[in-house]
Design a protein around this ligand. Sequence first.
Ligand SMILES: C[S@@+](CC[C@H](N)C(=O)[O-])C[C@H]1O[C@@H](n2cnc3c(N)ncnc32)[C@H](O)[C@@H]1O
Length: 245
Amino acid sequence: MNREQMSRIAHAGHPVKSPLGDDSVRRLLARGLPRGDERVLDLGCGGGEWLLRALAMGPRVHAEGVDIAEGDLCRAAAAARDLGVRDRLVLHHLSAEDFQSAEPFDVVLSFGAAHVFGGLLPTLAAARSHLAPGGRVLVGDGFWERPPSREAVEMLGDFTDLATTVDRVVADGWTPVDGHVSTRQELDDYEWACWGSLAAWALDHPGDPDSSHALATATARRTEWLRVYRDTFGFVSLVLRPTPE
Ligand SMILES: C[S@@+](CC[C@H](N)C(=O)[O-])C[C@H]1O[C@@H](n2cnc3c(N)ncnc32)[C@H](O)[C@@H]1O
């Protein structure tokens, strides 16, 4: 089983691949798409959950998603067909760093994909390059609730605390117009859903050659979460507008 197949099983019960509940996603999208006729881009769109929900907000919304995971993009396309929004969704199978568009976007999303660009600020620089005048960026990334262990930094990356994270974003020329800090419930729900789905799949497929590997992975990831980063990792989502110069 490759990484993408394992990820698909792990996210079966939590299709948004970030630690946010459905109400939080809805509220952030409502803040990001106030008009209902926006062109929306998602850098690292995964299975397209954010874009599908954005498209469902109004018949004049158009969306484009970029990801390197072909299977996720195929599932996004199939879900868009089922929802009757396929004609308003364009999917690009390429690295988000290489994406270019002749037309800018009113909204640029990127959740849980800042590692693609090398961190939050480079992600915002990429988003800015695609943003139309008056546009908004919706971004979600990690921060440290408490000082992390060296192991946690090695595992998840080198974040800062919440206030420093927002200070850096503001110093980079952005004004937060809304935000959301994932609750303990949202963070826990996400981890239980991922490693629970993978473990359940393994138990349901005892004869599959990948079953024992999947179960061992679920156990290892759950243990890492509980022992290494549950008490220190946080996740912040920001709705940003460029600060006038
Ligand atoms: C944690 S998932 C988040 C997916 C989605 N934003 C969401 O919140 O549901 C990170 C995504 O980044 C994608 N990714 C990783 N490297 C990438 C790259 N170089 N270009 C575009 N996407 C990439 C992965 O395939 C994955 O879908």
